[in-house]
Design a protein around this ligand. Structure first.
Ligand SMILES: Nc1nc(=O)c2c([nH]1)NC[C@@H]1CN(c3ccc(C(=O)N[C@@H](CCC(=O)O)C(=O)O)cc3)CN21
Ligand SMILES: CC(C)C(=O)C(=O)O
Ligand SMILES: [Mg+2]
Length: 274
């Protein structure tokens, strides 16, 4: 399993860090088998596998339920769990209690937190002091979709770009071990990556970030209809899966399934009731 020191070394050595989301046992097992560096139990699970229209309805219990399944599937991969909406905003004390619960119950290696307000910066410091590696998340922070007015690229004007760089420096200085940059212009992500000593992990943030993260279901094109512009699909599981289920339906209707090879037989007819 990689450690936070390995991730820092990978930045220094210009070796790209790979991250994929996983929400359950099979996807985690597959990601580990494929040789991924890190797994994110993203709160995107609310949209991707629970059918919510944002991540706002995802709970601490949801994150623990999915996080435990992921760790069972990928016991040897560095795992990050998202702290969900409002689980780290009420007070630093309450946030620390929620973090301890998620970290202990999932056995994850790190927790991810969106934003860089004064409260968040203090929380990242306190997590680090307590021995919980924190990963920051700036740019498009989906838990704030209702304040941002949609899933939109961030840091597009001079003031917003300057604030994003300033926030990234604050997150790095507070002890965070990595920083996710979501939906940020490539040139800005490049400057941020060069300005901080912790790895940046981009999603819709161009190729200069120290690592990349994508949603598992987006990579596979599985269950998702419209893919964001930053996604490159590597398969079409929607199509493969649809054909499989249609084939099954057709075989049952036409009595081609189950055949004898998929059936069990009694040793002797004498054993059957009269
Ligand atoms: N399947 C999936 N993939 C993701 O990457 C993802 C989720 N779900 N859910 C949680 C968040 C939400 N994300 C999103 C969702 C939509 C866009 C999107 O449609 N963006 C526009 C850009 C709009 C603009 O130009 O400002 C796009 O065309 O990609 C971006 C990020 C990223 N995360
Ligand atoms: C998109 C990534 C960075 C994320 O936070 C998630 O999957 O929830
Ligand atoms: Mg998330």
């Amino acid at each position: 399993m990689l450690t936070i020191l390995d991730l820092k070394k990978m930045k220094q050595n210009h070796e790209k860090i790979t991250m994929v989301t996983a929400y359950d046992y099979p996807s985690a097992k597959q990601a580990e088998q494929a040789g991924i560096d890190t797994i994110l139990v993203g709160d995107s699970l609310g949209m991707v596998v629970l059918g919510y229209d944002s991540t706002v309805q995802v709970t601490v219990e949801d994150m623990i339920h999915h996080g435990k399944a992921v760790k069972r599937g990928a016991p040897n991969t560095f795992a990050v769990v998202d702290m969900p909406f409002m689980s780290y905003h009420i007070s630093t004390e309450d946030s620390l209690r929620q973090a301890a619960k998620i970290f202990q119950e999932t056995n994850a290696q790190s927790l991810k937190i969106e934003g860089a307000s004064a409260g968040i910066i203090e929380f990242i410091q306190r997590l680090t002091e307590a021995g919980i590696p924190a990963i920051g998340h700036l740019g498009l922070t989906p838990q704030s979709v209702n304040v941002l007015g949609g899933f939109k690229v961030q840091g597009k004007d001079k003031a917003a770009a300057a604030k994003l760089l300033h926030d990234a420096k604050k997150v790095a200085a507070s002890g965070a071990v990595a920083l996710v940059l979501e939906c940020v212009p490539k040139e800005l992500a490049d400057i941020i990556t060069a300005s901080i000593d912790i790895p940046t992990i981009g999603i819709g943030a161009g190729s200069k970030c120290d690592g990349q993260v994508l949603v598992y279901h987006d990579i596979l094109k599985y269950g998702v209809d419209r893919l964001p512009r930053f996604v490159k699909p590597y398969s079409d599981v929607n199509q493969i899966g649809l054909e499989a289920i249609k084939g099954y339906i057709s075989d049952v209707k036409t009595q081609n399934f189950p055949s004898d090879e998929h059936s069990f037989f009694i040793k002797s007819k004498d054993l059957l009731p009269e």
